[in-house]
Design a protein around this ligand. Structure first.
Ligand SMILES: C[S@@+](CC[C@H](N)C(=O)[O-])C[C@H]1O[C@@H](n2cnc3c(N)ncnc32)[C@H](O)[C@@H]1O
Length: 237
C-alpha cells in the first residue's frame, strides 16, 4: 500500500498556518483522535486560533470516517485587541452582547504580538477567516465546524446528544478558566475518551494547578501522561 504518511501530511498541511502547536504535538493529537474512533463520539477543540491543531484533529475525523470536529474560539479580529499601559496586549470580544476577555492575566508581550499576531491581520480579515481558509485548503470543511463562542455559549448551541471521544483544551490559560472548562467538557466525555491539554507543565501555573486538581488528583482519570514538552493527556475512567 502506497499512501502519504500522516506525519508528512500534517506537516505539509500546517506549514503555513500560524499557531503554536509543534509537529510532535500535532501528530500526538491526530493519533489519539484517530485511534479512539472506535469509541464513537465527536472531537472538541477549545482554542483554535487559525486552525493549526484543528487540521490535525480534522484529518483524524476524516481519515477514520468517524465523528466531527467542533472548534470553539473567540476568533478575535484586529480591533478586539488593545494595548495595556505596560505595552503588552489583551483582547475583548463581544458575543451576544456579552464581553469576553482573554489574555487579561497573562498578557501578550509587545514583541510576540508584533511578530506573530499583528501580521496575520494583514493576510486575513480575522482569525475566523484564516481558520476557514485552512479548512477549505485541506478539504476538511465537511468534517469541521467553527463556533465563535466560549464553552458556556457552545453548550447552548451544540448538537443535541453531543458525546466526545476527545477534547483538546487550549483556550484561556488561567486557573479558574481551565478548571471550569474541564468541568464542562467532562459532562460530554465518553468513558475511555481523552482529555488533552496544551501548555501543560511548561510555563502556565494556572493550567498546571487545574490539571493536578481536576484531573490527576480527581480519581476520575487514568493514563495521565505528559506526552511531549507541553502536551498532557488523560483518559476518562
Ligand atoms: C494558544 S491559542 C490556540 C492555538 C491553537 N490550538 C493552535 O494550534 O495554533 C488560544 C486560543 O484560545 C482562544 N481563547 C481564549 N480564551 C477563550 C475563551 N474563553 N473561549 C474560547 N476561546 C478562547 C483565543 O482566541 C486563541 O485563539
Amino acid at each position: 500500500m502506497k499512501t502519504i504518511p500522516v506525519a508528512a501530511l500534517i506537516e505539509e498541511a500546517t506549514k503555513d498556518i500560524p499557531g503554536w502547536s509543534p509537529q510532535d504535538q500535532l501528530l500526538s493529537l491526530f493519533t489519539l483522535a484517530f485511534s479512539s474512533a472506535g469509541l464513537g463520539g465527536d472531537i472538541l477543540e477549545l482554542g483554535s486560533w487559525c486552525g493549526r491543531s484543528a487540521v490535525a484533529l480534522g484529518l483524524a475525523a476524516k481519515l477514520s470516517d468517524k465523528g466531527k470536529l467542533h472548534c470553539v474560539d473567540l476568533f478575535p479580529e484586529k480591533n478586539d485587541w488593545y494595548q495595556n499601559e505596560d505595552g503588552t496586549y489583551s483582547l475583548v470580544v463581544s458575543i451576544d452582547n456579552r464581553r469576553i476577555g482573554a489574555y487579561g492575566d497573562q498578557t501578550v508581550w509587545a514583541e510576540p504580538y508584533l511578530r506573530d499576531i499583528a501580521p496575520l491581520y494583514e493576510r486575513f480579515s480575522g482569525t475566523l477567516q484564516a481558520f476557514n481558509v485552512a479548512m477549505a485548503e485541506n478539504e476538511l470543511t465537511d468534517f469541521v465546524t467553527p463556533y465563535r463562542a466560549d464553552l458556556e455559549k457552545f453548550i447552548t448551541i451544540a448538537p443535541k446528544g453531543l458525546e466526545l471521544r476527545l477534547a483538546f483544551i487550549d483556550g484561556d490559560h488561567s486557573y479558574s478558566a481551565v478548571s471550569k472548562d474541564i468541568e464542562i467538557v467532562e459532562q460530554f466525555l465518553l468513558p475511555g475518551g481523552w482529555i488533552c491539554f496544551d501548555d501543560a507543565f511548561s510555563s502556565y501555573e494556572g493550567v498546571n494547578q487545574a490539571i493536578v486538581e481536576s484531573i490527576i488528583d480527581s480519581g476520575r482519570y487514568s493514563n495521565c501522561q505528559q506526552i511531549t514538552r507541553k502536551f498532557f493527556v488523560a483518559q476518562r475512567r
